[in-house]
Design a protein around this ligand. Sequence first.
Ligand SMILES: NC(=O)c1ccc[n+]([C@@H]2O[C@H](COP(=O)([O-])OP(=O)(O)OC[C@H]3O[C@@H](n4cnc5c(N)ncnc54)[C@H](O)[C@@H]3O)[C@@H](O)[C@H]2O)c1
Length: 243
Amino acid sequence: MAVITGGAGGNGRAIARAFHDAGYRVALVDVDKASLDAARRDAFRDRSECTTVAADVSIPADCERAANQIVDAHGRIDALVNGAGLYRLNRIDDADFRATYGLLMSVNVEGVLNMTLAARAGLERSQGAIVNIASIESTLAGSASIGYTVSKTAVAGLTRALAADLAPRGIRVNAVAPGIVDTPMVAHLAEDERAGRRAKARIALKRFASPDEIANVVLFLASPAASYMTGSVVVADGGYLLS
Ligand SMILES: NC(=O)c1ccc[n+]([C@@H]2O[C@H](COP(=O)([O-])OP(=O)(O)OC[C@H]3O[C@@H](n4cnc5c(N)ncnc54)[C@H](O)[C@@H]3O)[C@@H](O)[C@H]2O)c1
């Protein structure tokens, strides 16, 4: 069983398909109930192949409920992908600076911790793996995005700290740090042609990633093929960080 938070989003849907195609049963966890239903309808012809759970990862009780529901139904969790995330502009002089900063930290960082705590018994039972979705903003400062940059830097740190802590229990923890991926999160770059062109010019491969290209890396890190990897933050950015 692979549990994917943010499973209704652009990356989440592609990750769900990749795990399904690799033979995993899949559970999608997302705060957006309508998109969850749409994701299951779009991606899975046979609904029994995919469980959906509406939950807010920033709320510990929601995560406990989601993990318990999945373990009760399926007995084990082989992979937890912590993909639920928010992006917001966040400048120091914004009137709502603190509120937005707090929101980003509670979803992007606490959300990873909350689901990890909730799923750890199920993961230990199957000697499973966690894959967190970090970002190139785990390494560099995005423009006007203090909360997002700090939150994704924390995801990288959390990945390393959890990897050390959970290794004795047989759970591996890694992260993928994508560059710009063509999902609803970056719809503004598709709408603003000039901004999109400028962003692509910075990328060595001169294009954004497709969600499938990120899903392949997530699947690899969760799979036995990555059995000697833990605590790694694997960059998949088309060469964005080269310049
Ligand atoms: N798209 C990119 O360019 C990009 C780059 C680097 C990292 N990422 C990361 O990839 C992950 C997935 O993002 P995406 O690009 O698919 O964006 P997306 O907006 O399509 O998907 C994000 C999903 O997370 C869900 N979500 C938000 N808050 C939640 C909460 N509190 N509880 C549960 N679910 C919640 C949303 O409903 C949505 O379905 C995020 O962690 C994001 O930061 C995205």
